[in-house]
Design a protein around this ligand. Structure first.
Ligand code: BTN
Length: 325
């Protein structure tokens, strides 16, 4: 898609109702004929744009493709996503982003895919990644922090996804430690952070973000360990993938700017507020064996879960499955 076409989409979204051809031509510094040509090209790509004489154009609907220009139109002028790579079929967007990072790609580079053939989950699991329905996204960051602080960045992406769910649906997401997004107690998104580091600093971090947007029940694998769902299954409304992606990247950009300015504090506070265990008693099990119980206190600066047991002892949990009682 042409940059001017992306700018037209941005102007449509910025205004309510109709946008006149004259206004578009003035804002874009192109002729009315050129505006009309870009509108025709957008229509050919599946955008429904209504034209009413003496009122102008109105964007009626967008196609559900992940279009980098469409994502850029929603995301606005942000550092995260200023370079957007779209791959129709990827083995894993995390692997793509890792390779780009090693080749010197800029901070904020994002890889998006329509499907993944080897989507990676945490602890070596497979992340089911069918085509045409979900978000598979990896973000390259080059933060100036120590390697033990890198988990903090996964908490940023959890909060960004939660905000995007709230802004694009009527659903209320919750975060489950360490970094699952739940809707109605079922997993709707997962995050996988990977990094390249030396002992004294980080070369780069890849934030891998998978969100089940429009997946239907028959598209989930049968052998899931925990109940999973999609935003569509929970709300009955299809999510426009480019819009969700742009919203999530914009929120991640805001969070990363705050993180660089003020550190982990504000993100930690929002993450704890959104956590399904806040103020509750939880049980942690590892490999099916229940090992620790206590009241949720919060998260530590390295991402560990902090619990307080009945005998007032504080526990740091670094792995395991958390169940809210
Ligand atoms: C988990 O909950 O186990 C983490 C899942 C992370 C999946 C995303 S999809 C985009 C990115 N590419 C991958 O291969 N994995 C992450």
């Amino acid at each position: 898609m042409h940059d001017k076409a992306a700018a037209i989409l941005r102007l449509f979204r910025a205004g309510a109702g109709y946008t006149s051809g004259e206004y578009l031509s003035r804002e874009l510094c192109v002729s009315r004929t050129a505006v009309w040509k870009h509108i025709s090209a957008l229509r050919k790509n599946g955008y429904r744009i209504e034209a009413v004489p003496s009122r102008g154009y109105r964007l009626v609907s967008s196609p559900d493709i992940i279009d980098p220009h469409e994502v850029a139109a929603v995301r606005g002028d942000t550092v995260i996503g200023r370079e957007l790579e779209y791959v129709k079929v990827s083995l894993s967007t995390n692997a793509d982003a890792f390779r780009l990072a090693e080749q010197g790609a800029a901070e904020g580079t994002v890889v998006l895919a329509d499907s993944q053939t080897g989507g990676k989950g945490r602890r070596g699991r497979v992340w089911s990644s069918p085509a045409g329905v979900n978000l598979y996204c990896s973000v390259l960051l080059r933060p100036v922090i120590m390697p033990n602080e890198a988990p903090q960045l996964t908490f940023l992406s959890a909060v960004a996804v939660a905000r995007a769910i709230e802004q694009t649906t009527t659903l209320i997401p919750e975060i489950k430690w360490p970094n699952d997004l739940l809707v109605s107690g079922k997993k709707v998104a997962g995050l996988l952070n990977e990094m390249s580091a030396e002992t004294d600093g980080i070369n780069f971090v890849i934030l891998g973000i998978g969100v089940n947007l429009n997946m239907t029940a028959d598209q989930f694998p049968n052998d899931l360990r925990h109940p999973a769902t999609s935003l569509f299954l929970e709300s009955g409304i299809r999510v426009v993938r480019s819009q969700f992606t742009g919203t999530m990247l914009r929120e991640l950009d805001h969070l990363y700017a705050d993180f660089r300015a003020y550190g982990f504090g504000p993100v930690r506070e929002e993450w704890q507020r959104r956590c399904n265990a806040r103020g509750r008693q939880v049980l942690v099990s590892d490999s099916g064996t229940e090992c620790t119980g206590g009241r949720f206190i919060g998260i530590d600066s390295d991402g560990a879960l902090l619990l307080q047991s009945d005998d007032d002892k504080q526990h740091r949990i670094t792995c395991g499955d958390v169940r809210v009682i």
